[in-house]
Write a protein that binds this ligand. Structure first.
Ligand code: ADP
Ligand code: MG
Length: 336
């Protein structure tokens, strides 16, 4: 006999009843009541964000359930990271076509393992029948006025990106069968892991508090997401194409494909941020402390718009011939 709604919540998502679990910590009233009541640390501000993932739109039906659980929370933690917020708690709105215990066990294990890694407590949710979709709302805390925003970039700031953007898109195109030449098996598995199990850059976001002047996480493509920062900050920027990080797996691909993936790949969950040039060494140290490489790719300028230069870093910033911007970012209501 299959589980009913309340049994499945109890078995997989109500951690208060898990013998191995320590029980509620942050929630004053935990998961299982009509509301969870949580107590943020005194004087802290609450940072809140929601992201939904829909089967066929954000993930393939064949994905491993544990990786899906991981990613559903990871994309939300990435938003907290971009704001420099420390994860506290989350809620889970789950829409399931049927009760599939193999799926639920895997999903819950991937989800709760990442939650534990970031000390982020599942405090409630909602469970309904329907096409498979996962909605998560995360809450984090940040000292008053210290949240990293999209609006703080200043002319003269350096533009940075963490990690290796472009790998998730490489895997997606491999799945779609569009890559010529095809990826090696080893490259495919590495890129696939980045697409299916991204690492939210939470530690980096925390290290950038009081250091970065603006930040955003790259979910829809680097240039598109940069556009949001430039618009909110009322500035422009120049990027040195030669300074873009190219992961070892991407490096073996044709140059045009490398650029497409890094600049407009999407699903990266890296942090794109700006910081005063005088604090260059501190940014490198922040990356090191967080265990994530950070790459300086451009310069914020007063003149509006984005300039792509095909060279590297000169005495005063990006140099080279201007390259037309042929990259657009992902938009659910515009793209196929
Ligand atoms: P109500 O009808 O009062 O909104 P529900 O019947 O939807 O309550 O949920 C009962 C309890 O189980 C609530 O505490 C809710 O937060 C929790 N819950 C429901 N679905 C989930 C889920 N997917 N993950 C975690 N907690 C859940
Ligand atoms: Mg409900």
């Amino acid at each position: 006999m299959s589980l009913g709604e309340f049994d499945l919540i109890e078995r997989y998502f109500n951690r208060v009843h898990h013998a191995a679990d320590q029980g509620p910590r942050r929630a004053v009233v935990p998961n299982g009541d009509d509301c969870a009541v949580i107590a943020p640390a005194a004087g802290m501000q609450l940072a809140v964000s929601t992201d939904t993932m829909v089967e066929g739109r954000h993930f393939l039906s064949t994905v491993d359930p544990a990786r899906l659980g991981h990613k559903a929370l990871a994309v939300n933690l990435s938003d907290l990271a971009a704001c420099g917020a420390k994860p506290l708690a989350f809620t889970l709105a789950l829409t399931l076509p049927r009760v599939d215990e193999r799926f639920l066990a895997g999903f819950a294990s991937g989800l709760l393992a990442l939650a534990d890694e970031h000390d982020c407590e599942l405090v409630g949710g909602d469970t309904t029948a329907g096409p498979l979709a996962i909605g998560i709302t995360v809450m984090g805390e940040v000292p008053p006025g210290q949240a990293l925003l999209r609006s703080g970039a200043q002319p003269g700031d350096e533009l940075w990106v963490s990690g290796w953007p472009g790998e998730a898109r490489l895997a997606l195109e491999a799945f779609r069968g569009t890559l010529k030449p095809p990826l090696s098996g080893e490259a495919f598995e590495a890129a696939r892991l980045r697409m299916e199990q991204p690492s939210p850059r939470v530690a980096l976001g925390l290290a950038l508090r009081g250091l970065a002047s603006s930040a955003i996480d790259v979910s829809d493509g680097l240039l598109g997401d940069l556009g949001h920062v430039l618009k909110r900050s009322r500035v422009g920027a120049a990027i040195a194409l030669g300074a873009l990080p190219v992961s070892p797996w991407l490096a073996s691909r044709p140059v045009a494909e490398q650029q497409d993936n890094v600049l407009a790949g999407g699903d990266d969950y890296e942090l794109l941020f700006t910081a005063p040039a005088a604090r260059h060494a501190e940014v490198l140290a922040a990356g090191q402390a967080a265990g994530v490489p950070v790459h300086r790719i451009g310069l914020v300028q007063a003149e509006a718009g984005l300039r792509l230069l095909d060279g590297g870093w000169g005495a005063e910033g990006p140099v080279g011939w201007p390259t037309a911007n042929r990259w657009t970012s992902f938009d659910h209501f515009r793209s196929a």
